[in-house]
Design a protein around this ligand. Sequence first.
Ligand code: AMP
Length: 190
Amino acid sequence: MRLIIVGPQGVGKGTQAKILANFKGIPHISTGDIFRDNMDCHTVLGEQVQEIINHGSLVNDEIVNRMVVDRLSQKDVQDGFILDGYPRNADQVEFLDQFLDQRGQAIDLVVSLVAPKEYLVQRMNKRAQEEGRSDDTDEAISHRLEEFERQTKPIIDLYEKRNLVVTINATGTIDDVSKTMLAMLMTRLS
Ligand code: AMP
């Protein structure tokens, strides 16, 4: 099964993606995590993207697409995966479509997590205090939310047109949200 999880920063996307990956027994692929690992290890890629990420902007498509192709070419994802944080704009959707199409594969479902903006800002401020992520400054937080509205929200419409989207209200506890999400998926995929 090939899934995408999409939602604004602070909505709990990473946490729910891990729960879903565990439940379905498929690898969780987070482009943000791959970038952060590279920054932590000071790789060439990490150095290249650090400033962009700290500013809350999107890394250019060529770099992200190449990274995703590398990951999706590995053996463990041939029977399925959950993509978290990718695709993030219409060009990335097109790139992913072509990549999967060449392999006779396609996305099965897109989980869209939603929550009001005030809730997201509150969650991100809390995470900034707890985890101290380098892109959790006030400025970067608001820039990332703008980027989501401008670039990522339109891709949900693209997948809606293909009737692939399941929308989940993500304002409850982690447990509540995951229960709703898994129940809706079972219904959709049965
Ligand atoms: P995330 O952990 O998904 O919030 O990603 C953290 C940061 O990594 C984002 O704010 C972007 O700077 C960068 N990033 C992650 N995925 C992508 C993507 N698909 N396209 C462009 N930039 C990305």
